[in-house]
Design a protein around this ligand. Structure first.
Ligand code: SF4
Length: 353
């Protein structure tokens, strides 16, 4: 991984105190988001996506690993470091109301976020605020309105404008479209891509909505129980997912395959395990449709932790038996199927089942 550009995470681990002891919410995650590009982070609820986002913006402190922005590490303990990190990395939440004070006008919110604006002449400040509103496609007339006088989409645009007011190097967008309806969502995503082209920030885009992730992401990273299990350029991952978890995740999204779940591709079974006591070996093995519960001879899955295959960059998979690159994807109208209805995986050295 090259340092010096955008956002980089090196073996980042984040632990929380749970009712029965420490819980490792993020476990040894490494990820790179170069400037001007977007990495989409997907996974079930509880996979650690939002904890990772909080660590990136300094709201959670990693107990191990490093996070750098533009090659510089921010430890998040010293006030000066936190202030600089705040200028470099901005977070936009799902609910814009958490970022906007209901008693403040849009103008006041933007002026507060920019901080330095208050030292500008009134006319210059108005110009800057007008420029920010224009940047996010809002009329300058919005400046005097309160959040409740705006639509949901407009409020989210103001939240984005607030985040961009300080010219961050990294934007973390955590489920920012999930409260919006479809047409508003598409317009917001197009706007984000356009802003990124103009401003060059790196973006970590977290979403359950795989169609939204596809729209904005250059690379997709799939998270399961605190770990990244697959990373690849967006189309490579969506057309040819190799990790069984990614395959089941994609198969459950009708919008990715013309409204129909492909025949034979299993849906994700059972609940995600408790992160306080993750399964041995591969964390996905109790639920894996092609793991040891379904394939005799795959004991290795329960005993040995698979790591992402760095040699296979840019498509990396943490699985002992990833699907072959030429396996047909779950949303391409059918897959190679085995006797269990799962995709046929690569089977190096294992006995035939
Ligand atoms: S390592 Fe085994 S259990 Fe884990 S995802 Fe791969 S095949 Fe399934």
């Amino acid at each position: 991984m090259k340092e010096g550009t955008g956002l980089a995470l090196y073996d980042v681990t984040v632990r929380h105190d749970g009712p029965f002891g420490p819980v490792t919410a993020v476990d040894g995650v490494s990820l790179e988001v170069p400037r001007g590009t977007t990495v989409g982070l997907v996974g079930e609820s509880g996979s650690g996506k939002s904890t990772l986002a909080r660590a990136v913006v300094g709201l959670d402190s990693p107990c191990a690993g490093r996070i750098t922005v533009g090659g510089r590490e921010y430890r998040g303990r010293r006030a000066a470091d936190r202030r600089r990190l705040g200028q470099q990395v901005q977070l936009v939440f799902q609910d814009p109301d958490t970022a906007l004070d209901p008693r403040m006008t849009v103008r006041q919110s933007l002026a507060e976020a920019a901080g330095a604006f208050v030292r500008l002449e009134r006319r210059s400040r108005e110009q800057r605020i007008g420029g920010l509103l224009e940047l996010v496609g809002l009329d300058a007339g919005c400046a005097g309105r309160l959040p409740r006088q705006l639509s949901g989409g407009q409020r989210q645009r103001v939240a984005v404008a607030r985040a961009l007011a300080v010219g961050p190097a990294v934007l973390v967008a955590d489920e920012i479209t999930s409260a919006l309806d479809v047409s508003v969502r598409a317009a917001l995503l197009t706007m984000l891509r356009d802003l990124q082209r103009r401003m060059g920030f790196a973006m970590l885009f977290i979403s359950h909505d795989l169609a939204a992730v596809r729209h904005v992401s250059d690379v997709v990273a799939v998270m399961y129980l605190g770990r990244i299990v697959e990373t690849a350029p967006t189309e490579s991952l969506l057309r040819g997912p190799r990790h069984p978890y990614t395959r089941t995740l994609l198969s459950a999204v009708p919008s990715l395959h013309a409204g129909r779940r492909p025949a034979g591709e299993p849906l994700l079974a059972g609940e995600a395990p408790d992160p306080a006591s993750p399964p041995t070996g591969c964390r996905f093995h109790p639920r894996c449709p092609v793991g040891p519960n379904h394939r005799p001879g795959r004991d290795v899955c329960a005993n040995r932790d698979p790591h992402q295959d760095a040699a296979a960059q840019p498509h990396r998979t943490a699985c002992h038996f990833p699907s072959r690159a030429d396996d047909r994807p779950p949303h391409a109208g059918g897959v190679h199927q085995d006797a269990n209805g799962g995709p046929t995986p690569r089977t190096p050295g294992e006995p035939p089942s």
